[in-house]
Design a protein around this ligand. Structure first.
Ligand code: KG4
Ligand code: ZN
Length: 344
């Protein structure tokens, strides 16, 4: 049992195919972070299978919470508040975390805080860095891609978002066209590196006039280019250059350069509008990508701004970012009622 004056927040994340739990100590920082990733289980289906995801959440959540408490060297009795991702995400997966958190909090007389998953990502850089306000945050993952103007803890405005596919989804879908495993993003990066991040095929950049993103056209453009280069058969829906590693490297490299161009272009445009910006952050699963990080860091440097991207374990879904948001919400007395739901 720890000092009674200390406040511990347990953060729970189950919005998709990761089961995460972490403990944050108020005024101190993150003291544990446990995770179970199902990505290998979903690889064979080429994407996340919702039924399998929620069932596995249920199987793993108890163990992962125990792991987080054990690593923090505390027990459930020491926890003051339980913060849990309540939206957005896969309904079945979200329900596991929310029901578990509510039942635990009810049975042990603790406070509860519902955390928006996207808010978790926005503030994930703070787990490691003291990012100044206001700043621009580019959040890109398999489920969302948004640009935010962030003015304080819990204070942010969406200034651009995808009107169709998410950036990670585009990586995953194009990877799938080439028979690459799920998730495609890391594999695309590896192939692109071998092709030295050069632009071979000059895929169209859909820049538009606003700060919004659109990636579905890029997928179609890559598909048509593969067909044109006799690499894909539309009739059988088969990739025809499985054995041509150099070709796959060129596609991956051209795609990555194109995506990085889209991101840097939007950030430069946003900086013209949000002139008091002090920093740029890049978060979400796609922020694991070293090449895109480099390009964004270059833009930040040119504009005399700081650049921050979390370490990979805080880019992909995790309980730590939920515990972090839970902590500042607890400090502001922003607790949730027990009718907390995945819809509101
Ligand atoms: O944040 P995350 O774990 O889950 C969602 O909330 O979606 O992000 C997963 C996404 C996948 O689409 C994956 O392909 C992408 O992030 N991703 C990457 C890289 N690592 C993961 N995309 C590009 N380059 C990477 N290195
Ligand atoms: Zn996420």
């Amino acid at each position: 049992m720890k000092d009674n004056m200390k406040r511990y927040i347990l953060g729970i994340e189950t919005s998709c195919d990761e089961t995460g739990a972490a403990v944050y100590e108020s005024g101190v920082g993150l003291i544990s972070n446990a995770l179970y990733s199902q990505s290998l289980m979903h690889e064979q289906f080429g994407g996340v299978l919702p039924e399998l995801a929620s069932r596995t959440q249920l199987e793993k959540i108890n163990f992962i919470i125990e792991q987080a408490l054990k690593a923090a060297n505390i027990t459930l009795a020491d926890i003051d508040t339980i913060a849990v991702t309540h939206k957005p995400g896969l309904p079945g997966s979200l329900l596991v975390g929310v029901c578990f958190a509510k039942a635990m909090a009810w049975a042990t007389n603790k406070k509860i805080i519902g955390v928006n998953h996207l808010e978790g990502h926005i503030f994930s850089s703070f787990l490691e860095y003291n990012v100044p306000f206001p700043h621009l945050c580019l959040s890109a993952s398999g489920g969302h891609t948004s640009l935010y103007y962030v003015t304080g803890f819990g204070k942010y405005e969406v200034i651009g978002e995808t009107i169709d596919d998410a950036a990670g989804e585009a990586f995953d879908k194009i990877a799938r066209l080439m028979n690459l495993a799920y998730p495609g993003g890391p594999l695309i990066e590896k192939l692109a590196q071998a092709a030295e991040f050069k632009d071979y095929f000059n895929y169209p950049r859909s820049m538009g006039q606003s700060l919004d993103f659109s990636f579905s056209g890029l997928k179609t453009a890559v598909l048509y280019d593969l067909v044109k280069q006799n690499a894909y058969d539309m009739q059988t829906k088969k990739f025809l250059k499985d054995d041509d590693l150099v070709f796959k490297q060129k596609v991956a490299s051209s795609l990555l350069v194109c995506m990085a161009d889209i991101f840097t272009h939007k950030i430069i445009r946003a900086l013209k509008e949000y002139k008091d910006t002090k920093a740029i952050t890049f978060v979400g699963g796609v922020a694991c990508n070293k090449y895109i990080k480099q390009q964004l860091a270059r833009v930040a440097h040119k504009h005399d701004l700081k650049f921050f991207a979390p370490s990979p374990q805080y880019c992909t879904d995790n309980g730590a970012m939920i515990a972090f948001v839970g902590n500042y919400k607890a400090e502001k007395n922003e607790f949730s009622a027990f009718d907390l739901d995945i819809l509101k």
